[in-house]
Ligand binder design. Structure first.
Ligand code: AMP
Length: 397
């Protein structure tokens, strides 16, 4: 993959597609700025080369084509300014490709930065509209895609815009190349034993990833809500736990395929169960075979945590995607927190993918112990599925 080091950008106008879709609290304060920090190496590299830097990102899901204050990138501009500590100008445009953005772009000097407003304030963004992409492209001589977290979407600032630049005028940013190289290397040539830990709510969201991983890993641990579909497929009573009855056959196929390939397949052996989905409910710790009727499993239990620690003990490479339980509620967060600790304690190369999973690792205080925490949930899952990301494809064409 060509990065911006492979092309000449000195003194040029550079458009960098970033992923500044960071979480904010109800007062509009940024609560986790990892995605902004992750974009800094690319931005600093361009500042050092005296480029005029146009930054663009989406933010959440406003109604396309409509400005709404709560989806503005103004807070991001402020945080960027604090993090970059630059003397140059950092302009915040009031619009995306409108008169204010044009006016500010025109007065930029080398090293200045212009952050455009939320790309999704323009309907053309999600429609991958060529006319809108051309307006974006007109800001710059060079296109850089550093928005790994948005790369699985065929949107104008990811896909159509890249068609406007030839191969000497477009490249991946440093974050993008780091993400793709990490996943690429681990999936192509992992140091073994290679273990996948997969959790989260549903089998449907991770079916393809699980199927693809089976061809590569030595062991799989399945936790979270998706475990119940596998347990039910084995004939166990799972009470009111989350289940996808229509995926029972697929669950059986996966377990059969794991068996045929010699991949060790692990499910939780106990659960924290509750009569209702609530923080204030009573809970019991029950073996997987004894989930009471009308109760639901909301976290993996202590025996599972010990089992999983044993399973992970000899790992040399671990990919983790998806929490082990409803970690958002303290009562049901232990299984996920313990999983994070166990993974962090191994001597393996550890890759954490997915927003929820990164959140668990952060709550557990383990982020610094992980080899790599991906900034892109959906995009990293697509890489694990073996799907070519539209954003990468557009850079190569
Ligand atoms: P996903 O988006 O598929 O990765 O799923 C993440 C979500 O799964 C989190 O919000 C968890 O609360 C939820 N989850 C994990 N375990 C369970 C469970 N046993 N029952 C219901 N939801 C769960």
């Amino acid at each position: 993959m060509r990065t911006l080091k492979d092309i000449n950008i000195d003194g040029k106008r550079v458009f960098i597609r970033c992923d500044f879709n960071v979480p904010k609290d109800e007062f509009g304060n940024i609560t986790d700025d990892r995605r902004i920090r992750a974009a800094l190496p690319t931005i600093r590299y361009c500042i050092d080369r005296d480029c005029k830097i146009i930054l663009a990102s989406h933010y959440e899901r406003p109604e396309p084509g409509k400005y709404e204050e709560k989806y503005s990138l103004k807070a991001v501009a402020k945080r960027l300014h604090t993090l970059l500590k630059i003397k140059n100008e950092l302009y915040m445009a009031e619009d995306v490709v409108g008169p204010d953005a044009q006016e500010k772009a025109a007065k930029m000097q080398g090293g200045d930065i212009l952050l455009l407003e939320n790309l999704r304030f323009e309907a053309g963004e999600t429609d991958n509209d060529e006319a809108f992409a051309k307006k974006l492209a007109a800001f710059a001589d060079i296109y850089v895609n550093d928005a790994f977290g948005a790369c699985h979407r065929k949107h104008a600032s990811i896909y159509a815009i890249a068609q406007q630049f030839d191969k000497d005028h477009k490249a991946a940013g440093f974050l993008m190349s780091k993400e793709v190289n990490f996943f690429g290397k681990v999936l192509e040539d992992p140091v073994r034993p290679f273990i996948a830990v997969v959790g989260g709510s549903k089998v449907s969201g991770k079916l393809q990833a699980l199927t693809n991983l089976l061809n590569k890993v030595d062991k799989v641990i399945v936790g979270g809500g998706m475990a119940f579909t596998f347990l039910k497929a084995q004939g166990y009573e799972i009470g009111n736990s989350l289940v996808e009855d229509d995926l029972m056959d697929e669950a059986r196929d996966i377990m059969e395929k794991a068996h045929d390939l010699g991949v060790k397949f692990y499910l939780p052996v106990d659960f924290v169960v509750a009569p209702e989905f609530s923080e204030n409910t009573a809970v019991k710790y029950m073996p997987s075979q004894e989930i009471p009727l009308n109760w639901m499993g909301l976290d993996t239990g202590p025996a599972s945590s010990r089992l999983f620690r044993e399973v992970l003990n000899d790992a040399q490479t671990i990919i983790w995607n998806g929490p082990m339980g409803v970690y958002e509620m303290d009562k049901f967060s232990k299984g996920s927190i313990m999983m994070s600790h166990h993974i962090a304690e191994t001597h393996a190369t550890t890759i954490v993918g997915g927003g929820d999973t990164a959140d668990v690792a952060a709550r557990a205080g383990d982020v610094d112990e992980m080899t790599f925490v991906s900034t892109g949930g959906g995009a990293s899952l697509k890489l694990i599925e073996g799907v070519k990301l539209p954003g990468l494809e557009a850079l190569e064409n």
